[in-house]
Design a protein around this ligand. Structure first.
Ligand SMILES: NC(=O)c1ccc[n+]([C@@H]2O[C@H](COP(=O)([O-])OP(=O)(O)OC[C@H]3O[C@@H](n4cnc5c(N)ncnc54)[C@H](O)[C@@H]3O)[C@@H](O)[C@H]2O)c1
Length: 267
């Protein structure tokens, strides 16, 4: 069996109702894992899980607001109940609200900090509790956090978002250290995706035009591609396959790492 095979593994993907998270759930299922999608969007999340089931995968949906400790408690217990355990957690849920620093809205800043930083930290908390020895799953596993190329470069109008993604990077490294030192048997890594034209990515490009930083969304995207050695935007599968790798035994000696999946843009 390939070291990248996930047959028998049990995965929870946050923010899996659409975009990158939906693609990650699909790729994990294709690699053999049973998957639970956790999201605040119930209709879309259920539809994404149903689509996976129709393709032959084992998939369920749970309502999860990543900013809420009690919601995590309930969702992890529910997911582990559906799956019969938990080995993989992908902390993918995130929000991006563009703004120049001179126009920063404290409410928007708090929302990004809440979802991207607190949401990921609570995910790590509940993932480690569930997977460590004596936890409700208890067999170790892998956590993959979704940071961003924005944590590795300076790009205008995404300062707060970039700060939250740098925080995800630091959370990852400390979590890996604690998990290793305390013998939890859980590897913790993150990926830095480049720009992908999901709802979030397309909106970001549009915001660059609205804020007057580029003449159009297309021009902004063109410049991002120009900064990317591989000469194209990322797609959902590029990110999803990297998550499968970090979740698999192929990455068994990798923890506390951040993997750029950005066509070289951040290097
Ligand atoms: N698209 C890109 O270009 C890009 C680049 C780098 C990093 N990322 C990161 O990848 C992740 C996914 O991005 P995407 O492009 O798929 O975005 P998206 O907006 O298409 O999807 C985000 C998902 O997160 C969910 N979500 C938001 N708040 C939540 C909460 N409180 N609890 C549970 N779920 C919640 C949404 O309902 C949605 O399903 C995010 O963390 C984002 O920051 C995206």
């Amino acid at each position: 069996m390939s070291v990248y095979d996930l047959t028998g593994r049990k995965a929870l993907v946050t923010g899996g109702a659409q975009g990158l998270g939906a693609g990650m759930a699909e790729a994990l299922a294709r690699a053999g894992a049973a998957v639970v999608i956790g999201d605040i969007q119930e209709d879309l999340g259920k539809a994404a899980a149903d689509a996976l089931q129709r393709s032959g995968a084992s998939a369920e949906f749970v309502r999860l607001d990543v900013t809420d400790d009690a919601s995590w408690e309930q969702a992890v217990a529910q997911a582990a109940g559906y799956l019969g355990g938990l080995d993989i957690l992908v902390n993918n849920a995130g929000v991006e609200i563009s703004s120049l620093l001179v126009d920063l809205s404290p409410d928007d800043a708090r929302r990004m900090l809440d979802v991207n930083v607190l949401g990921t930290a609570l995910g790590i908390k509940h993932g480690l509790r569930a997977m460590r020895p004596g936890g409700l799953a208890g067999a170790g596993g892998a956590i993959v956090n979704i940071s961003s190329v924005a944590a590795t470069i300076a790009f205008p109008a995404i300062a707060l978002y970039s700060a939250t993604k740098s925080a995800v990077d630091r959370l990852t490294r400390v979590a890996a250290m604690e998990s290793g030192k305390l013998g939890y048997g859980v590897r913790v890594n993150c990926v830095y995706p480049g720009l992908v034209p999901t709802e979030m990515g397309a909106q970001l490009a549009q915001d660059m035009a609205t804020l007057g930083l580029w003449p159009s969304a297309e021009a902004a995207v063109g410049d991002v591609i120009g900064l990317t050695p591989l000469g194209r935007l990322g797609d959902v599968a590029d990110m999803a396959d990297a998550v499968v790798f970090l979740a698999s035994d192929g990455a068994r000696f990798i923890t506390g790492a951040g993997l750029p999946v950005d066509g070289g843009m951040g290097s």
